[in-house]
Ligand binder design. Structure first.
Ligand code: AMP
Length: 195
């Protein structure tokens, strides 16, 4: 199977994590979730974890420089070269998007697509309150959604300008959403093309 290189965007609570896991199963990329990497670092009490914990607890973003260096290191690993990647939770700011563009240009491995899982704010808020994760206080949820609108939503235009954005409706059954994602990926990869 050819390596696929994907970004998945979507508000917190959009089902991004669930769909990312399914995409990994179906297309085989390495799942790179910056949130998971940071949570692991916090749990094991590494210097990175200590630095990130307070910011994560309040729903703020960890600094671009720190995140960019974690991601560039992970992207350089040999499994990523063979399997490709699915970036989940990154890029989150214009600075991160620019950094990613640089990493990929340097490696000569262009992105196949950025998938935006579209779920309205009211719906994601209800879902996040229901899932009750430790860092999901009402205030942190609000802060993350605000930051999504101000920092991350502008990235949709950024990817779109580069011809790399696919917007997918994230409402409905998990299976139906997955089918929508698969069909846009397949069409990006030229699967089923009569070439
Ligand atoms: P997530 O699981 O993706 O919602 O990430 C949880 C928390 O980790 C976020 O609220 C941020 O504090 C931090 N984080 C994860 N990814 C990034 C990123 N790309 N840039 C900055 N902070 C991040």
């Amino acid at each position: 199977m050819a390596a696929v290189r994907l970004v998945i965007l979507g508000r917190q609570g959009s089902g991004k994590g669930t769909q990312a896991a399914r995409l990994v199963g179906a297309y085989g990329p390495v799942h790179i979730s910056t949130g998971d990497m940071l949570r692991t670092a916090v749990k094991s009490g590494t210097p990175l974890g200590l630095q990130a914990k307070a910011l994560m607890d309040s729903g703020d973003l960890v600094g671009d420089g720190l995140i960019n260096s974690i991601v560039s290191e992970r992207l350089a690993a040999s499994d990523v070269e063979v399997q490709g990647f699915l970036l989940d939770g990154y890029p989150r700011t214009p600075d991160q998007a620019t950094a990613l563009e640089g990493f990929l240009a340097e490696a000569g491995t262009p992105l196949d697509t950025a998938l935006n899982l579209e779920v309205p704010v009211d719906e994601v808020t209800a879902r996040m309150v229901a899932r009750g994760r430790a860092d999901d206080t009402e205030e942190a949820i609000r802060r993350r959604l605000d930051l999504y609108e101000s920092e991350t939503a502008p990235l949709l235009a950024w990817f779109d300008e580069r011809g790399l954005l696919d917007v997918v409706d994230g409402l409905g059954a998990e299976e139906a959403v997955f089918d929508r994602l698969s069909s846009v990926i397949d069409s990006r990869l030229g699967v089923g093309d009569a070439r």
